[in-house]
Design a protein around this ligand. Structure first.
Ligand SMILES: Cc1ncc(COP(=O)(O)O)c(C=O)c1O
Length: 370
């Protein structure tokens, strides 16, 4: 039996009538950019995340660009982030003209080290972008405390619906930072049928500027206060995402169940380090990422058995050729560099059957002679 690392067709089979009806509605409406579906989805998202404003854009990447621009970040500014993330986190900092400043990750959660963020602050630092990697929120309150007064852009692309206990209260990803960004890339827990993204904030003035910047920078059509972007969520994507949103919590719970199954199955394997979810976090397990020293051999072994896996991420961003101009060398973010050689993400999607989970677990165990 072939087991892909990720399979979207099974989800579609479960909800096909809802999706078809939502799409039909948009096609009949004749409004394809944002539209009534866009507005409805923004309102649903804001309510779900506990934020005042949710603003739909073209992608998670655009959400980061517009978030950075809204905070006035540009040429000559520094923005602190982690090198162990998807490229867009740092690519967008570069693309608004600022300089990405990379600090290392905590080895158990793969998220930014708050103290390292504090230590990297200079007079030019204008923001920090913590990433909620693989479905688990970063220590946002600790990052904020480490850089007092600086805005925080939470890159929650992989973590919609994740929660963290902050000051005795469960807070959703996107709820507490200055600006939060999400991606609806198809493989996310809430994925569209194409690109899509969302910005969230609790701040009235920032929301107004975010809305302006996603439509060429003009509050009024054909009058432009500043130069912005064309980055709005399509009505078709919004309709699909609205139909999926009520299922999100259930899908993420299924992912947590699958994760608990693997945790138990690998418990007696000293060579496999299973993902650590801190007690103050509830992960949505966008990925289930183990650490092993013979990672490439394990991946090849599982592939032979028809089991798909993925390596997120094989080369940390501070060592990417495009960032050579920043002058980082190997050894400067040792935890990120080590993680890049050890991580392997196993299939975790909600529709995995019991026998598929058994087979993945058996494959990993067999590699270690168990
Ligand atoms: C951490 C992170 N940031 C940003 C993005 C960019 O999102 P998108 O692909 O929607 O542009 C992604 C996802 O692809 C991501 O995983």
């Amino acid at each position: 039996m072939k087991i892909p690392q990720f399979d979207l067709t099974r989800q579609y089979e479960q909800i096909e009538p809802e999706i078809q009806s939502a799409i039909g509605h948009v096609l009949r409406s004749g409004r394809f950019i944002l539209g009534a579906e866009g507005e409805a989805f923004e309102a649903e998202c804001a309510a779900y995340l506990g934020v005042k404003y949710a603003i739909g854009v073209n992608s998670g990447t655009d959400a980061l660009v517009i978030g950075l621009r809204t905070l006035g970040i540009g040429l000559g500014d520094e923005v602190i982030t982690t090198p162990f993330t998807f490229f867009a986190t740092a690519g967008t900092i570069h693309n608004v003209g600022a300089t990405p400043v990379f600090v290392d990750i905590e080895p158990d959660t793969f998220n930014i080290m708050p103290d390292a963020a504090g230590a990297a602050r200079t007079g030019k630092t204008k923001a920090v972008v913590p990433v909620d990697l693989f479905g688990q929120m970063a220590a946002l309150e600790a990052v904020s405390a480490a850089v007092p007064g600086l805005p925080i852009i939470e890159d929650a692309a992989q973590s919609i619906g994740a929660r963290r206990m902050i000051d005795g209260e469960w807070r959703m990803a996107g709820e507490v930072p200055t600006v939060g960004t999400f991606s609806f890339f198809p493989s996310k827990n809430l994925g569209g049928f194409g690109d899509g993204g969302m910005l969230v904030t609790q701040n009235d003035a920032l929301a107004e500027r975010l809305r302006r910047l996603r439509v060429h920078g003009g509050a009024k059509q054909y009058f432009h206060d500043e130069v912005g972007y064309n980055s709005r969520l399509d009505a078709l994507q919004a309709a699909v995402l609205s139909a999926k949103l009520p299922h999100l919590a259930g899908w993420s719970a299924s992912r947590r169940r699958n994760a608990a199954f693997y945790d138990a199955a690998f418990k007696d394997l000293p060579d496999v380090r299973t993902p650590v979810v801190r007690p103050e976090n509830e992960s949505i397990f966008n990925q289930y990422t183990i650490r092993v020293s013979r990672r490439d051999a394990l991946q090849a072994f599982l592939k032979e058995r028809g089991i798909g896996t993925a390596i997120y991420y094989p080369l940390p961003l501070h060592l990417q050729p495009c960032f050579a101009y920043l002058g980082y060398r190997e050894g400067q973010c040792p935890e990120s560099e080590r993680a890049a050689t050890e991580v392997l993400s196993l299939p975790i999607f909600p529709e995995l059957s019991g026998s598929q989970l058994d087979e993945v677990a058996a494959g990993v165990r067999a590699f270690f002679g168990r």
